[in-house]
Design a protein around this ligand. Structure first.
Ligand code: COA
Length: 326
């Protein structure tokens, strides 16, 4: 038995099976935990526990020793006993002590505010509760960037978060490190539109609509003083129609390059940087505008349900099982 499961075996409950919609690279039946009624998940289920999440992550294909960058929505997973801390524990347990967990702790929503001060120790992640819970762990390291910092936990955390210079997305940047070390990406209840590595692909491919741009701001030092901070982003040029990253993601799914399955109620998608890079190159050879939105809406994903909320998009098995405050 996998030791990661054994560690939480006392709390594992029986599984039922539910089939995943047809048309993907994954045809086998996916395990789904049968749980009891609860009001926070549309009256359908009892809270998910650590053991449930660890088992689902392992079933999905998360491996010991993975370098794993996670984009997530807590609400998509359903009611989790212990909230975001339990999800971080599950991720760390699934990759084991040899693995490195990476989360975006981006602050781009407010980085343009003239009052914004980047404090690596205290400025919260604006990329969801799970990323913030990981950032706050005492063992977490955080990179320095006005808009695109990341946090990491594990043996590669310090190397990754301290590499590169002012750029958030170039080959030497922390996110470039994940990309170039063939890291794996886990979309936990969110669509490919949230997969930041898509931007890295665009930069790597030299697509003409993304150009480096410097931003000047301020940063708080550990002694409390503030110093100037110049960070480089690679925003799209004006007039850009917007991105359709779901298009490449769906192509990869159709080609069997994405592991798909439920983690709780979230549709989880797991892919690696190597496959991703190859698929991105192939797409843009066929269509140089392959990453750009070409119709009225982005590509619809064929698996599960994609639900829009006031905060973002959620990819779920069953909309009725998303967390809702009672
Ligand atoms: C925006 C986004 C984070 C919103 O997702 P979300 O699930 O609504 O929010 P969070 O992940 O922050 O989780 C907090 C929510 O979980 C829910 N929640 C609270 N306790 C919970 C529990 N025990 N179990 C499950 N859900 C719970 C609540 O709805 C809470 O929202 P509230 O604080 O407003 O009440 C998500 O849609 C997203 O886009 N994630 C990816 C971000 C990213 O990596 N972007 C990369 C650049 S594009």
């Amino acid at each position: 038995m996998d030791p990661r499961v054994k560690a939480t075996m006392a709390r594992v409950r029986p599984v039922s099976r539910v089939s995943v919609p047809a048309g993907s690279g994954r045809t086998q039946q996916e395990p789904l935990v049968q749980r009891n009624a609860d009001s926070k998940t549309g009256g359908a289920c009892a809270p998910l526990r650590l053991s449930d999440l660890v088992r689902d992550l392992i079933s999905l294909g998360v491996r010991l020793g993975d370098l794993l960058m996670v984009h997530s929505s807590l609400r998509s997973i359903g009611f989790v006993d212990g909230g975001p801390e339990t999800v971080v524990d599950a991720l760390l347990q699934a990759i084991g002590p040899q693995g490195t967990l990476v989360v975006p702790t981006f602050t781009y929503p407010t980085a343009g505010d003239p009052e914004f001060l980047f404090d690596p120790i205290h400025t919260p992640s604006q990329m969801g509760a799970i990323s913030e819970a990981a950032r706050r762990r005492p063992e977490a390291h955080r990179s320095i960037h006005l808009a695109h910092s990341i946090a990491a936990i594990g043996p590669l955390a310090e190397t990754i978060t301290t590499s590169g210079g002012a750029s958030g997305w170039d080959a030497h940047s922390p996110m470039g490190q994940v990309f170039n070390r063939n890291g794996r990406y886990l979309l936990l209840g969110v669509p490919y539109q949230n997969l930041t590595a898509m931007h890295l692909c665009e930069v790597w491919l030299g697509l003409p609509y993304r150009k480096p741009r410097s931003s000047e701001g301020r940063m708080r030092q550990p002694d409390g003083s503030t110093t100037p901070l110049v960070s480089i982003g690679t925003p799209p040029l004006p007039g850009n129609p917007g991105s359709d990253y779901n298009r490449l993601g769906q192509r990869m799914e159709d080609a069997g390059l994405v592991k798909l399955g439920p983690v709780g109620n979230a549709i989880a998608r797991l892919l690696n940087a190597h496959d991703f890079r190859t698929a991105a190159r192939d797409l843009t050879r066929q269509d140089p505008n392959g990453f750009l939105q070409q119709g009225a809406a982005v590509t619809q994903l064929t698996h599960g349900h994609t639900i829009e909320s006031e905060k973002g998009e959620h990819c779920v098995v069953d909309p009725a099982r998303m967390y809702r405050a009672s």
